[in-house]
Design a protein around this ligand. Structure first.
Ligand SMILES: Nc1ncnc2c1ncn2[C@@H]1O[C@H](COP(=O)(O)OP(=O)(O)OP(=O)(O)O)[C@@H](O)[C@H]1O
Ligand SMILES: [Mg+2]
Length: 256
């Protein structure tokens, strides 16, 4: 059985059916790319995996490590080792990135019944994670309420991923207008964390560029709430060359 297995998932938001019988698996140590036209349901899938309260599962299930988590609350999912792209925290005046990361780390340790991380160990862990993901050192002394740009948020997210080393990470990259440096940070971070910690990654992106660096093991294409194509990295090239028209059956310009 796969580590994360989604079976025949039907999901509604405000009485609108968005996912309509979706099947998908993610395994530890693999990078699985999820692509699909705008509005096909990719972010909805990411949100429902993490237990978003506004989404209603009407049929099907989400199985994680053999356990049915379809109805589990978001905290429980995080404790079990699922990670969703950084949720931008409420701006807390006077809290630096380093302090925030330490709070997150200690919350995870407390959930596992472990003691707080000693300062020295924390510093070493953050330094190693920064090196691994190529995030500049100055970053950790910035304040959470500083007003981060989209690209900076992504760097922070990648750093958090490298620190937490979750078993499965869901990364929704859709809305981020990344410059080439930030894009490299994200893509290399995903590669390193997948290789270093064996994290399984479901990466949702329109950027073929990310997928040229990350090189997914598998690619699935979502259309109208269902997976309509699954294959290897060659699908990325096909989408790049042909857009989504061969999937959606229209001749409209592709919204890749
Ligand atoms: N809370 C909600 N209430 C009503 N409709 C919703 C809600 N959330 C999502 N939808 C609708 O569900 C459809 C799928 O949205 P979703 O955000 O999952 O698409 P997406 O594949 O992530 O698109 P994009 O590539 O643009 O990010 C859209 O038509 C969207 O308007
Ligand atoms: Mg989206």
């Amino acid at each position: 059985m796969a580590d994360l297995e989604i079976r025949n998932l039907h999901v509604k938001a405000e009485d609108k059916e968005i996912l309509r019988g979706l099947d998908l698996t993610v395994n530890k140590g693999e990078v699985h790319a999820l692509m699909g036209p705008n509005g096909s349901g990719k972010s909805t899938l990411a949100n429902v995996i993490m237990g978003h309260p506004n989404l209603e599962v009407t049929e099907g299930e989400i199985i994680y490590k053999g356990e049915d988590i379809t109805e589990a609350d978001p905290d429980e999912r995080a404790r079990l080792g699922l990670f969703m792209a950084f949720q931008y925290p409420v701006a807390i005046p006077g809290v630096t990135i380093a302090k925030y990361l330490r709070m997150v780390m200690n919350a995870h340790r407390a959930a596992r019944g472990e003691q707080e991380v000693p300062l020295k160990e924390f510093r070493q862990t953050v330094e190693a994670a920064m090196k691994l993901t190529n995030v500049p050192k100055e970053f950790s002394s910035r304040y959470l309420n500083d007003g981060f740009s989209g690209g900076e948020k992504k760097r922070l997210e990648t750093l958090q991923l490298a620190l937490q080393k979750p078993e499965i990470a869901i990364l929704d990259e859709t809305d981020s207008g990344l410059d080439i440096d930030a894009l490299n940070v994200v893509a290399n971070g995903v590669n390193e964390v997948a290789r270093d910690a064996g994290t399984g990654v479901l990466i949702i992106t329109h950027y073929q560029r990310i997928l040229h660096i990350v090189k997914p093991d598998r690619v699935s294409i979502l259309h109208n709430g269902r997976i309509v194509h699954a294959g290897g990295p060659e699908l990325v090239d096909k989408l790049e060359a042909e857009g989504y028209a061969w999937i959606t059956g229209t001749n409209e310009p592709a919204t890749v």
